[in-house]
Design a protein around this ligand. Structure first.
Ligand SMILES: C[S@@+](CC[C@H](N)C(=O)[O-])C[C@H]1O[C@@H](n2cnc3c(N)ncnc32)[C@H](O)[C@@H]1O
Length: 664
């Protein structure tokens, strides 16, 4: 029986595997600090493989560096043993929902999610602290002296995580922030699908640096665009005398396959299509293709017969030698011949070829204007929206009017959170990141959870099935704030409550809309709308230290099988850590069954079956094996001796040989 490792993956090992697949000859072995043999890279050999493109330590090169960058990368690659514990009482519809809300430091959470969500997230939207001196960030291990820390007293999360106001007092204002962002982005990139997209919002203060960091992590070629969003038309004056009215959203793809989605047309763009027929709205456009040349496609430079009563093609044939149309009939007196020739006399071509003209003639008309006959075509609103451009200035983007005020519709008059994003700016960012309606969306600086609100809203609008994962530090609210006085002691409390209230409101509005449908309008399936979420909190591993030091464990177990699991942990805690360790997703359906007096968890039919009871009734082993699970997990301590273990293995071999049996 294999033992689960119960810690996050070692990303360095993953990197070694990737190098090995390209250069198998550079893989070698060495000893670690405890004398164990481990895989390693023969760097000299790797250098020889790449000899003519290497930069040596003293060579000049182009890159962004800061003190702490190397340490950040090391940190990003090192495993941790922390885990997530479910919090049913804070969740909504825990058993059925596919949305997830995680309380904790996002760096740890991103690492914990590494195995389960590797390559599975379609969009990451983040609105990190802008490093403007007022926002708090997690202390993050960079040593901060006690005196300085004392000044920031009170800035400790509920879990005792020290927070840190990144002021310029220690002269590392940019470096601290860059390290904070770099290590998170390095880990986050791995979670994106191959066609995934990340959107990061920022203002003037750090845009130049974060742009370079994103170029480095995602690749300059994967920069999809940087959009200026007019989020504060009234302006924020700076000490230098310039008023700032916008911020930025930087979009990067994971690879060439990441393609931006289109945005809905705005009212002006729709109003253009003011005419209507039985097929819908349209506008008349000239049938002559603007900017074209006859030579590009001479067959599309054909004559059209027009008169007051009629528009048609003449009887004609294509003379391939002359490369032109030749008439078989002459026009009657009242008929004019029109060619695609512009006002300057330049020969152009029509928008459609002859065949389509004949088939769809109802879409075409002629008109006598300024002493000449013209041909026009009905241009209809394309279904697929417009290409996003780099200047967003909808009146709904300002955060005060459409962020703070929206919060008021959810929380009443309370000023509960400073500067929530406008939901409309997030809605358009989500639309731009994917047209697919069932994407998984991650926001690991979730704040008041505007992104979760936007995801539910978008699903209600188009019947989509997008799912979200929100991550938020349980950062304490200021004791003087309205939020604190109203009982919201942390930002995570605000975020969770917002999702509860916004979800309820969106559902009620949808019910209302479905009741007032006009003829021809279809109802949105309300049962499809997921307004629930499973809450998890980060915590230390469920396993005691001895779990990670097996030699010590063996010595101990000679005398007594002391449990290797912490006393305060529940079977559901263990199940969550096992789910993560095995790389399964957090939102899979879980069924809890009592079989022969033992509690058995069945995750997604037969993806995983687990039982963590202290003593196992062997009759259930057969019943579990009948389910033919892919993986089964027990507690090692549930077995009295090796005979028991062999017995279980034999039963599975007989009844479900494919099942992988593991123990804690
Ligand atoms: C600019 S706000 C995001 C606001 C959000 N877009 C909204 O509309 O409400 C950044 C958030 O990141 C949170 N945060 C900062 N450091 C964090 C960390 N290490 N882990 C998780 N959240 C963090 C802060 O508590 C803050 O709520």
């Amino acid at each position: 029986m294999e033992k689960l490792k119960m810690q996050t993956p070692d990303i360095t090992n993953r990197n070694i595997e990737q190098i090995a697949s390209l250069f198998p000859n550079v893989i070698t072995e060495t000893k670690d600090e405890k004398g164990n043999i481990k895989k390693a890279i023969d760097f000299d050999l790797l250098k020889q493989n790449l000899s003519n493109v290497l930069v040596e330590a003293d060579d000049e090169r182009y890159r962004l560096d800061w003190p702490g960058k190397k340490a950040s990368l090391l940190k990003a690659n090192t495993p941790i043993t922390k885990t997530l514990r479910p919090v049913r009482e804070d969740s909504v519809d825990f058993d059925n929902t596919e949305n997830v809300y995680i309380e904790g430091d996002n760096f740890e959470v991103l690492k914990i999610l590494q195995e389960s969500y590797l390559g599975k997230i379609k969009m990451i939207y983040i609105d990190p602290p802008y490093n403007t001196g007022t926002a708090m960030i997690y202390n993050n291990d960079f040593s901060i002296n006690e005196q300085l820390y004392a000044k920031e007293l009170g800035a400790v999360t509920e879990d005792g995580i020290k927070m840190f106001r990144n002021t310029n007092t220690d002269g590392r204002i940019h470096s601290n922030w860059l390290s904070f962002m770099y290590e998170r982005l390095v880990v986050a990139r791995d979670l994106l699908t191959d066609d995934g997209i990340i959107c990061l919002t920022i203002d003037d203060y750090e845009i130049s640096r974060i742009w370079m960091v994103l170029d480095e992590i995602f690749g300059e070629d994967n920069h999809l665009g940087t959009i200026a969003i007019r989020n504060n038309p009234a302006g924020r004056s700076t000490a230098k005398g310039v008023s700032i009215t916008h911020e930025y959203a930087l979009f990067y793809g994971k690879s060439d396959n990441s393609i931006v989605g289109r945005l809905p047309r705005n009212k002006n763009q729709i109003d253009r299509y003011s005419e209507k027929d039985e097929k819908g709205h349209f506008e008349w456009v000239n049938f002559r293709k603007p900017g074209s040349k006859k030579e590009e496609s001479p067959k599309m430079h054909y004559p059209i017969f027009v008169s007051e009563e009629n528009i048609r093609l003449p009887d004609m044939f294509w003379d391939s030698k002359k490369s032109e149309w030749v008439l078989n009939e002459q026009p009657a007196k009242n008929v004019n011949i029109v060619f695609p020739i512009d006002d300057e006399g330049k020969n152009r071509r029509w928008r459609w070829a002859v065949k389509r003209f004949k088939n769809e003639i109802a879409e075409i008309k002629s008109k006598y204007l300024k002493d000449k006959w013209h041909v026009y075509l009905k241009s209809r609103i394309p279904n697929n929206g417009v290409l996003p451009n780099t200047w967003w200035d909808k009146k709904e983007y300002p955060s005060t009017a459409y962020g703070t005020n929206l919060m008021k519709t959810v929380f009443g008059e309370l000023q509960i959170f400073s500067y929530p994003k406008s939901i409309y700016a997030i809605l358009d960012s989500l639309r731009m990141m994917a047209e697919s309606k069932d994407s998984l969306i991650l926001d690991f600086f979730s704040g008041s959870a505007t992104t979760a609100h936007a995801v539910m809203q978008l699903n209600a609008e188009d019947g989509g099935n997008r799912k979200f994962i929100m991550v938020q530090l349980p950062e304490k609210t200021d004791e003087e704030s309205e939020a604190y006085k109203a009982g919201y002691k942390t930002i995570a409390e605000i975020g969770k409550e917002r999702i509860r209230r916004a979800g309820k409101k969106i559902k009620e509005e949808l019910e209302e809309k479905n009741m007032q449908l006009k003829l021809g309008e279809e109802a949105t399936d309300i049962n499809n709308l997921d307004i629930g979420f499973r809450v998890y909190k980060t915590d230390s591993s469920n396993m005691k230290d001895i779990y990670f030091r097996p030699t010590k464990l063996e010595q101990q177990s000679l005398f007594n099988t002391v449990s290797n699991i912490k006393e305060d942990r529940t079977p559901e805690d263990l199940l969550t850590q096992v789910i993560l360790d095995l790389g399964l997703e957090l939102n899979l359906p879980i069924e809890t069954k009592i079989i022969h007096g033992n509690t058995v968890f069945i995750v997604q039919t037969n993806a995983l079956v687990a039982c963590f009871d202290d003593s196992i009734n062997f009759k259930i082993v057969d019943e579990i094996a009948e389910l033919k699970p892919f993986k089964v997990v027990f507690k090692d301590a549930s077995f009295h001796d090796d005979k028991d273990r062999i017995n279980v293995e034999e039963r599975f071999k007989r009844l479900s040989p494919e099942t992988v049996i593991t123990v804690l």
